[in-house]
Design a protein around this ligand. Structure first.
Ligand code: PLP
Length: 401
């Protein structure tokens, strides 16, 4: 258990608006003026603190959000992107060239899986998917072409916990970059403290928390962020996944309540997970001693924010999963929708949605049952009452008595 408090870091971060506004002013320009041609040339040569060139490179609002994200992840620096996928693809393409290899956990978000499995081979970048919990298996697949070990801190959708300290050791031994997607566990886990080199987020989820935009970020060393934004060679600069400054401003404001939301998501998810398990359901939640990542999670998590807001329940069959989700929507427990980290509970069946890119036989190998229902638990004030309605749905489909 770590005693780092990311919320304090973000809370202490203050940037005033140009008239002393308590929020920084939003910059509404794609381009920036220079007092002299010499200064413009100088900025093209290297970054100058406080000087801006063009919004695809940097703008003040995106910089404020990036600074707050670096504080959240306790990384030297960060960059924001137009989506989580943009953050992932830009980071990978910055590191890998044709012929290079990636070793990735196989229980990852389906979009990332599809990028690694279907898209990157077109560029000559190949991925070996492994059981990331098994460090020996990771080691076995390393070749002189390997550049990245990729995993999710808490994986989608089975909530497996990656042994970031052990993976970091392997990465250091072979001079690889350990890239960790921390989308499911912001504030609860600080991957950099456990040895990650690059931390990415789909901000779309918990960090923003209002399901009104798509955004992402990369948190890493100053050196890597500077590589990404390099005018001549940076994947972020040249592929152009820029986040709009108005959206960056609204995300920064939402971030100030992240710690409160995560505590409540965690409290509610723990309550639901414990009670579902007591009622006889097969539940996956890293806060339950029955979960295979429970002990590891206790070792690597920050103290005080809980085990996060995501859980999964195995309904056994597709039919039961569909019927459970329909009933939960009818009972106003939440919405049948992909995505996560909203105030409202959201649920979906990964095999038919977010993990559908993963072939059926691989889903089976990774223990992803067809009847799995992934649930992002909301911020319900009275979770005991909500569970009453959930229990009725579970009973109706025969999952508990
Ligand atoms: N990583 C994880 C764990 C996700 O769940 C998602 C989206 O569902 C992504 C990455 C991709 O993020 P985005 O949809 O913001 O591109």
């Amino acid at each position: 258990m770590h005693h780092f408090d990311p919320s304090k870091e973000i809370q202490d971060y203050s940037v005033f608006g140009e008239y002393g506004g308590v929020n920084p002013s939003i910059t509404d320009s794609s381009t920036y003026t220079f007092l002299s041609p010499e200064k413009m040339k100088e900025l093209f040569d290297h970054e100058i603190e406080g000087c801006f060139l063009y919004s695809r490179h940097w703008n003040p609002t995106n910089k404020h959000l990036a600074e707050a994200l670096a504080l959240l992840e306790d990384s030297e620096a960060a960059i924001v992107a137009s989506s989580g996928m943009a953050a992932i693809s830009a980071s990978i393409l910055q590191i890998c060239s044709a012929g290079d290899e990636i070793i990735s956990g196989r229980t990852i978000y389906g979009g990332t899986y599809a990028l690694l499995k279907n898209f990157l081979p077109k560029l000559g970048i190949r991925t070996k998917f492994v059981d990331i919990k098994n460090t020996d298996e990771v080691r076995k697949h390393i070749t002189d072409k390997t550049k990245i070990i990729y995993c999710e801190a808490v994986s989608n959708p089975l909530l497996e916990v990656a042994n970031i300290p052990a993976l970091s050791q392997v990465a250091k031994e072979y001079n690889l970059k350990l890239m960790v997607d921390n989308t499911f566990s912001p504030i609860s886990i600080t991957p950099v403290h456990n040895g990650a080199d690059i931390v990415i987020h789909s901000i779309t989820k918990f960090i923003n928390g209002t399901s009104d935009c798509v955004a992402g970020c990369v948190c890493s060393t100053q050196e890597f962020i500077s590589q990404l934004t390099d005018i001549n060679t940076g994947a972020s600069m040249l592929l152009g996944p820029v986040l709009d400054s108005f959206r960056a401003a609204s995300i920064l404001k939402n971030m100030h309540t992240l710690h409160i939301r995560i505590k409540k998501h965690s409290y509610n998810a723990m309550y639901i997970a414990e009670n579902m398990e007591k009622a006889g359901c097969k539940v996956f939640y890293p806060g339950l001693p029955s979960h295979n990542g429970y002990e590891l999670m206790n070792k690597i998590m920050n103290n005080g924010f809980g085990y996060g807001g995501m859980l999964a329940v195995d309904a056994g069959t597709v039919e039961k999963a569909d019927s459970l989700m329909k009933k939960m929507q009818d009972e106003k427990v939440g919405y049948l929708a992909v995505s996560l980290g909203y105030f409202k509970t959201l649920f979906s069946s990964p095999g038919h949605s977010t993990s559908s890119e993963i072939p059926k036989e691989e889903q089976k190998a990774m223990g992803l049952s067809e009847g799995l229902v992934r649930i992002s638990i909301g911020l319900d004030n009275n979770i005991e009452e909500t569970f009453g309605r959930m229990k009725k749905c579970l009973t109706d489909v025969g999952l508990c008595k």
